[in-house]
Design a binder for this molecule. Structure first.
Ligand code: FMN
Length: 328
Protein backbone atom coordinates (compact mmCIF):
# COMPACT_ATOMS: atom_id res chain seq x y z
CA UNK A 1 0.00 0.00 0.00
CA UNK A 2 1.46 3.41 -0.93
CA UNK A 3 2.03 5.51 2.16
CA UNK A 4 1.62 8.95 0.55
CA UNK A 5 4.73 10.49 2.00
CA UNK A 6 5.13 14.26 1.55
CA UNK A 7 6.82 14.77 -1.82
CA UNK A 8 7.32 18.53 -1.38
CA UNK A 9 9.16 20.30 -4.18
CA UNK A 10 10.29 16.99 -5.74
CA UNK A 11 6.90 16.37 -7.32
CA UNK A 12 7.00 19.72 -9.14
CA UNK A 13 10.43 19.26 -10.74
CA UNK A 14 10.47 18.65 -14.46
CA UNK A 15 12.40 15.53 -15.42
CA UNK A 16 15.16 14.72 -15.82
CA UNK A 17 16.25 16.11 -12.47
CA UNK A 18 19.90 17.17 -12.37
CA UNK A 19 21.32 17.80 -8.90
CA UNK A 20 24.64 19.03 -7.54
CA UNK A 21 26.26 16.43 -5.28
CA UNK A 22 26.89 17.34 -1.65
CA UNK A 23 30.66 17.63 -1.18
CA UNK A 24 32.09 18.46 2.21
CA UNK A 25 34.49 21.42 2.16
CA UNK A 26 33.45 22.20 -1.41
CA UNK A 27 29.71 22.85 -1.83
CA UNK A 28 29.33 25.27 1.06
CA UNK A 29 26.94 28.22 1.00
CA UNK A 30 29.47 30.46 -0.81
CA UNK A 31 30.17 27.89 -3.51
CA UNK A 32 26.45 27.30 -4.00
CA UNK A 33 25.84 31.05 -4.27
CA UNK A 34 28.31 31.20 -7.14
CA UNK A 35 26.78 28.19 -8.88
CA UNK A 36 23.23 29.49 -8.40
CA UNK A 37 24.23 32.65 -10.25
CA UNK A 38 25.82 30.85 -13.19
CA UNK A 39 23.63 27.87 -13.95
CA UNK A 40 21.50 26.35 -11.28
CA UNK A 41 21.05 22.63 -10.66
CA UNK A 42 17.47 21.49 -10.03
CA UNK A 43 18.34 20.73 -6.40
CA UNK A 44 21.11 21.83 -4.06
CA UNK A 45 22.25 19.79 -1.05
CA UNK A 46 24.23 21.09 1.89
CA UNK A 47 27.46 19.40 2.91
CA UNK A 48 26.68 16.55 5.29
CA UNK A 49 26.25 17.40 8.94
CA UNK A 50 26.25 15.14 11.99
CA UNK A 51 22.84 14.71 13.67
CA UNK A 52 24.41 14.02 17.05
CA UNK A 53 26.84 16.91 16.60
CA UNK A 54 23.92 19.30 16.14
CA UNK A 55 22.80 18.43 19.67
CA UNK A 56 26.22 18.68 21.26
CA UNK A 57 28.30 21.66 22.41
CA UNK A 58 29.73 21.58 18.87
CA UNK A 59 26.44 22.90 17.45
CA UNK A 60 27.56 26.53 16.80
CA UNK A 61 30.41 25.31 14.62
CA UNK A 62 28.18 22.97 12.65
CA UNK A 63 25.47 25.53 12.03
CA UNK A 64 27.60 27.19 9.34
CA UNK A 65 27.09 24.03 7.27
CA UNK A 66 23.37 24.77 7.31
CA UNK A 67 23.52 28.29 5.93
CA UNK A 68 21.94 29.00 2.57
CA UNK A 69 20.56 31.83 0.44
CA UNK A 70 16.99 32.02 -0.80
CA UNK A 71 18.20 31.70 -4.40
CA UNK A 72 19.59 28.25 -3.58
CA UNK A 73 16.12 26.76 -3.27
CA UNK A 74 15.18 24.01 -3.46
CA UNK A 75 17.82 23.29 -0.85
CA UNK A 76 18.04 20.00 0.99
CA UNK A 77 19.95 19.50 4.25
CA UNK A 78 22.09 16.38 4.17
CA UNK A 79 22.67 14.65 7.49
CA UNK A 80 24.43 11.60 8.84
CA UNK A 81 24.52 9.59 12.03
CA UNK A 82 23.40 6.33 13.55
CA UNK A 83 20.84 7.09 16.29
CA UNK A 84 17.22 7.32 15.09
CA UNK A 85 16.35 9.71 17.94
CA UNK A 86 18.94 12.22 16.74
CA UNK A 87 17.63 11.97 13.19
CA UNK A 88 14.17 12.78 14.50
CA UNK A 89 15.41 15.83 16.38
CA UNK A 90 17.52 16.94 13.44
CA UNK A 91 14.58 16.63 11.06
CA UNK A 92 12.54 18.89 13.36
CA UNK A 93 15.38 21.38 13.36
CA UNK A 94 15.72 21.24 9.57
CA UNK A 95 12.00 22.07 9.34
CA UNK A 96 12.48 25.05 11.65
CA UNK A 97 15.36 26.23 9.49
CA UNK A 98 12.96 26.25 6.51
CA UNK A 99 14.84 23.80 4.34
CA UNK A 100 12.95 22.24 1.45
CA UNK A 101 13.92 18.68 2.32
CA UNK A 102 16.21 16.43 4.30
CA UNK A 103 18.55 13.80 2.85
CA UNK A 104 20.10 10.93 4.77
CA UNK A 105 23.68 10.02 3.96
CA UNK A 106 24.00 6.26 3.67
CA UNK A 107 26.96 6.34 1.32
CA UNK A 108 29.96 7.98 2.92
CA UNK A 109 32.84 5.45 2.92
CA UNK A 110 35.14 7.47 5.17
CA UNK A 111 36.67 5.26 7.88
CA UNK A 112 35.88 7.65 10.70
CA UNK A 113 32.24 7.90 9.68
CA UNK A 114 31.83 4.15 9.08
CA UNK A 115 33.52 3.33 12.40
CA UNK A 116 30.66 5.22 14.04
CA UNK A 117 28.21 2.91 12.15
CA UNK A 118 27.14 5.91 10.06
CA UNK A 119 27.25 6.75 6.35
CA UNK A 120 27.79 3.68 4.17
CA UNK A 121 28.06 1.42 7.25
CA UNK A 122 24.25 1.56 7.43
CA UNK A 123 24.16 -0.62 4.31
CA UNK A 124 25.38 -3.42 6.61
CA UNK A 125 22.50 -2.84 9.01
CA UNK A 126 19.33 -2.46 6.93
CA UNK A 127 17.02 -2.70 9.95
CA UNK A 128 18.72 0.26 11.61
CA UNK A 129 18.76 2.09 8.28
CA UNK A 130 15.00 1.68 7.97
CA UNK A 131 14.45 2.75 11.56
CA UNK A 132 16.48 5.87 10.81
CA UNK A 133 14.40 6.69 7.74
CA UNK A 134 11.17 6.23 9.72
CA UNK A 135 12.45 8.44 12.55
CA UNK A 136 13.50 11.12 10.07
CA UNK A 137 10.10 11.01 8.38
CA UNK A 138 8.48 11.36 11.79
CA UNK A 139 10.51 14.45 12.64
CA UNK A 140 10.31 15.98 9.16
CA UNK A 141 6.57 16.74 9.15
CA UNK A 142 5.75 17.95 5.65
CA UNK A 143 9.35 17.95 4.48
CA UNK A 144 10.26 15.25 1.96
CA UNK A 145 12.90 12.73 3.05
CA UNK A 146 15.42 11.35 0.57
CA UNK A 147 18.43 9.03 0.79
CA UNK A 148 21.85 9.04 -0.86
CA UNK A 149 23.62 5.71 -0.90
CA UNK A 150 25.84 3.22 -2.70
CA UNK A 151 25.28 -0.23 -4.23
CA UNK A 152 26.79 -2.17 -1.34
CA UNK A 153 29.44 -2.05 1.35
CA UNK A 154 32.02 -4.72 0.52
CA UNK A 155 30.26 -6.13 -2.50
CA UNK A 156 27.44 -5.16 -4.82
CA UNK A 157 24.06 -5.95 -3.31
CA UNK A 158 22.05 -3.49 -5.37
CA UNK A 159 18.77 -5.39 -5.43
CA UNK A 160 18.78 -6.46 -1.80
CA UNK A 161 19.79 -3.07 -0.41
CA UNK A 162 17.58 -0.88 -2.60
CA UNK A 163 14.72 -3.28 -1.81
CA UNK A 164 15.13 -2.42 1.88
CA UNK A 165 15.15 1.31 1.16
CA UNK A 166 12.08 1.12 -1.04
CA UNK A 167 10.08 -0.46 1.79
CA UNK A 168 10.31 2.86 3.62
CA UNK A 169 9.20 4.92 0.58
CA UNK A 170 11.64 7.81 0.70
CA UNK A 171 10.73 10.51 -1.83
CA UNK A 172 13.98 10.02 -3.75
CA UNK A 173 17.06 7.82 -3.70
CA UNK A 174 20.35 8.85 -5.28
CA UNK A 175 22.58 5.87 -5.93
CA UNK A 176 26.32 6.35 -6.27
CA UNK A 177 27.15 3.33 -8.40
CA UNK A 178 30.06 1.99 -6.41
CA UNK A 179 30.44 0.02 -3.21
CA UNK A 180 31.83 1.74 -0.13
CA UNK A 181 34.96 -0.38 -0.33
CA UNK A 182 35.60 0.88 -3.84
CA UNK A 183 35.62 4.49 -2.56
CA UNK A 184 36.05 6.37 -5.85
CA UNK A 185 38.89 4.21 -7.09
CA UNK A 186 37.13 2.24 -9.83
CA UNK A 187 34.76 3.34 -12.55
CA UNK A 188 31.15 3.67 -11.45
CA UNK A 189 29.14 0.55 -12.28
CA UNK A 190 26.35 2.20 -14.24
CA UNK A 191 25.29 -1.22 -15.51
CA UNK A 192 23.85 -1.84 -12.00
CA UNK A 193 21.10 0.56 -13.04
CA UNK A 194 19.68 -2.31 -15.09
CA UNK A 195 18.87 -3.90 -11.74
CA UNK A 196 17.88 -0.72 -9.90
CA UNK A 197 15.69 1.08 -12.46
CA UNK A 198 12.95 -1.57 -12.80
CA UNK A 199 12.65 -1.75 -9.00
CA UNK A 200 11.63 1.92 -8.86
CA UNK A 201 9.16 1.77 -11.75
CA UNK A 202 5.66 2.17 -10.38
CA UNK A 203 6.96 3.13 -6.92
CA UNK A 204 6.52 6.55 -5.31
CA UNK A 205 10.30 6.99 -5.09
CA UNK A 206 12.39 8.90 -7.62
CA UNK A 207 15.66 7.30 -8.69
CA UNK A 208 18.78 9.25 -9.54
CA UNK A 209 22.18 7.90 -10.55
CA UNK A 210 25.56 9.25 -9.57
CA UNK A 211 29.18 8.59 -10.38
CA UNK A 212 31.69 9.82 -12.99
CA UNK A 213 29.25 11.92 -14.98
CA UNK A 214 31.24 14.42 -17.02
CA UNK A 215 28.54 16.95 -17.90
CA UNK A 216 24.81 17.37 -18.52
CA UNK A 217 25.00 15.66 -21.92
CA UNK A 218 26.57 12.63 -20.32
CA UNK A 219 24.02 12.70 -17.50
CA UNK A 220 21.18 12.94 -20.03
CA UNK A 221 22.63 9.96 -21.92
CA UNK A 222 22.57 7.82 -18.77
CA UNK A 223 19.08 8.99 -17.80
CA UNK A 224 17.82 8.00 -21.26
CA UNK A 225 19.70 4.72 -21.31
CA UNK A 226 18.40 3.49 -17.97
CA UNK A 227 15.08 5.38 -17.94
CA UNK A 228 15.65 6.92 -14.53
CA UNK A 229 14.36 10.18 -13.08
CA UNK A 230 17.59 12.09 -12.95
CA UNK A 231 21.26 12.25 -12.10
CA UNK A 232 23.60 13.84 -9.60
CA UNK A 233 26.90 15.42 -10.65
CA UNK A 234 29.79 16.13 -8.29
CA UNK A 235 33.40 16.45 -9.28
CA UNK A 236 32.53 17.57 -12.80
CA UNK A 237 31.90 21.00 -11.30
CA UNK A 238 35.55 21.38 -10.28
CA UNK A 239 36.93 24.05 -12.58
CA UNK A 240 33.57 24.29 -14.36
CA UNK A 241 31.10 26.28 -12.27
CA UNK A 242 28.98 26.62 -15.47
CA UNK A 243 28.28 22.87 -15.37
CA UNK A 244 24.52 23.35 -14.98
CA UNK A 245 24.20 26.18 -17.51
CA UNK A 246 22.21 24.52 -20.29
CA UNK A 247 22.87 27.37 -22.71
CA UNK A 248 26.66 27.50 -22.79
CA UNK A 249 29.56 25.08 -22.78
CA UNK A 250 32.48 25.68 -20.45
CA UNK A 251 34.85 26.29 -23.38
CA UNK A 252 32.70 29.22 -24.50
CA UNK A 253 33.09 31.19 -21.29
CA UNK A 254 35.22 34.30 -21.84
CA UNK A 255 38.28 34.72 -19.68
CA UNK A 256 37.03 38.04 -18.24
CA UNK A 257 33.96 36.24 -16.90
CA UNK A 258 36.04 33.46 -15.41
CA UNK A 259 38.10 35.99 -13.51
CA UNK A 260 34.99 37.79 -12.27
CA UNK A 261 33.64 34.49 -10.92
CA UNK A 262 36.83 33.93 -8.92
CA UNK A 263 36.44 37.32 -7.29
CA UNK A 264 32.77 36.75 -6.63
CA UNK A 265 33.54 33.43 -4.97
CA UNK A 266 36.17 35.00 -2.70
CA UNK A 267 33.86 37.92 -1.79
CA UNK A 268 30.93 35.57 -1.08
CA UNK A 269 33.11 33.39 1.12
CA UNK A 270 34.08 36.33 3.30
CA UNK A 271 30.58 37.75 3.35
CA UNK A 272 28.96 34.47 4.41
CA UNK A 273 31.58 33.06 6.74
CA UNK A 274 33.60 36.07 7.94
CA UNK A 275 36.33 34.67 10.15
CA UNK A 276 34.28 31.58 11.10
CA UNK A 277 35.88 29.67 8.27
CA UNK A 278 39.53 29.85 7.29
CA UNK A 279 39.85 31.95 4.14
CA UNK A 280 42.82 29.82 3.07
CA UNK A 281 40.27 27.19 1.94
CA UNK A 282 39.68 29.58 -0.96
CA UNK A 283 43.15 28.78 -2.31
CA UNK A 284 41.91 25.30 -3.22
CA UNK A 285 38.79 26.65 -4.92
CA UNK A 286 40.70 29.28 -6.85
CA UNK A 287 43.18 26.66 -8.02
CA UNK A 288 40.25 24.72 -9.48
CA UNK A 289 38.81 27.82 -11.15
CA UNK A 290 42.16 28.85 -12.64
CA UNK A 291 42.52 26.15 -15.25
CA UNK A 292 42.05 25.68 -18.97
CA UNK A 293 43.07 29.09 -20.31
CA UNK A 294 46.19 30.86 -21.46
CA UNK A 295 48.29 31.90 -18.46
CA UNK A 296 46.28 29.76 -16.02
CA UNK A 297 49.39 28.30 -14.43
CA UNK A 298 50.81 31.74 -13.74
CA UNK A 299 47.54 32.76 -12.14
CA UNK A 300 47.44 29.62 -10.00
CA UNK A 301 50.89 30.41 -8.67
CA UNK A 302 49.80 33.97 -7.83
CA UNK A 303 46.67 32.72 -6.07
CA UNK A 304 48.61 30.25 -3.94
CA UNK A 305 49.55 32.98 -1.51
CA UNK A 306 46.25 34.85 -1.16
CA UNK A 307 44.89 35.38 2.34
CA UNK A 308 41.87 37.65 1.79
CA UNK A 309 39.64 38.97 -1.02
CA UNK A 310 41.89 42.01 -1.50
CA UNK A 311 44.83 39.72 -2.32
CA UNK A 312 42.59 37.96 -4.81
CA UNK A 313 41.63 41.30 -6.36
CA UNK A 314 45.26 42.29 -6.78
CA UNK A 315 46.26 38.98 -8.33
CA UNK A 316 43.30 39.13 -10.73
CA UNK A 317 43.91 42.79 -11.64
CA UNK A 318 47.52 42.05 -12.48
CA UNK A 319 46.43 39.11 -14.59
CA UNK A 320 43.75 41.16 -16.42
CA UNK A 321 46.31 43.81 -17.23
CA UNK A 322 48.72 41.29 -18.63
CA UNK A 323 46.38 38.92 -20.47
CA UNK A 324 43.33 41.00 -21.29
CA UNK A 325 45.19 44.25 -21.69
CA UNK A 326 42.49 45.70 -19.49
CA UNK A 327 43.35 48.64 -17.34
CA UNK A 328 41.83 48.33 -13.92
C1 FMN B 1 35.44 16.35 -1.78
C2 FMN B 1 34.23 15.47 -1.73
C3 FMN B 1 33.35 15.59 -0.66
C4 FMN B 1 32.21 14.79 -0.59
N1 FMN B 1 31.32 14.97 0.46
C5 FMN B 1 30.13 14.31 0.43
C6 FMN B 1 29.11 14.61 1.38
O1 FMN B 1 29.23 15.48 2.26
N2 FMN B 1 27.96 13.89 1.31
C7 FMN B 1 27.76 12.92 0.35
O2 FMN B 1 26.69 12.29 0.31
N3 FMN B 1 28.72 12.63 -0.55
C8 FMN B 1 29.86 13.32 -0.56
N4 FMN B 1 30.78 13.08 -1.55
C9 FMN B 1 30.46 12.14 -2.64
C10 FMN B 1 29.78 12.90 -3.80
O3 FMN B 1 28.54 13.46 -3.39
C11 FMN B 1 29.54 11.98 -5.03
O4 FMN B 1 28.73 10.91 -4.62
C12 FMN B 1 30.85 11.42 -5.58
O5 FMN B 1 31.81 12.45 -5.74
C13 FMN B 1 30.62 10.71 -6.93
O6 FMN B 1 30.06 11.59 -7.87
P1 FMN B 1 30.97 12.31 -9.01
O7 FMN B 1 31.70 11.21 -9.73
O8 FMN B 1 29.97 13.03 -9.88
O9 FMN B 1 31.92 13.22 -8.31
C14 FMN B 1 31.94 13.84 -1.60
C15 FMN B 1 32.84 13.72 -2.68
C16 FMN B 1 33.95 14.53 -2.76
C17 FMN B 1 34.88 14.40 -3.96
Amino acid sequence: MPMNRPAGFWKDLPKPIFTLAPMIDVTDAAFRRVIAGLGKPDVFFTEFVSCRGLFSPGRPKLMKLLRYDENQRPIVAQVFGKEPEYFLKTAEMVQDLKFDGIDINMGCPDKNICKQSSGAALIKDPELAKEIIHATIEGAGNLPVSVKTRIGFNKRITEEWLGHLLQTEPVAVTVHLRTAKEMSKVEAHWEEMEIAAPMFKGSNTLLMGNGDLRDLDHAQEMVNKYEIDGAMLGRAIFGNPWLFDRTRKSAEIPLAERLDVMQMHADSFLEIFGDEKNFLIMRKHLREHAAGFNGAKELRVALETISNPEDVRQALDYFRLKYLKQSV
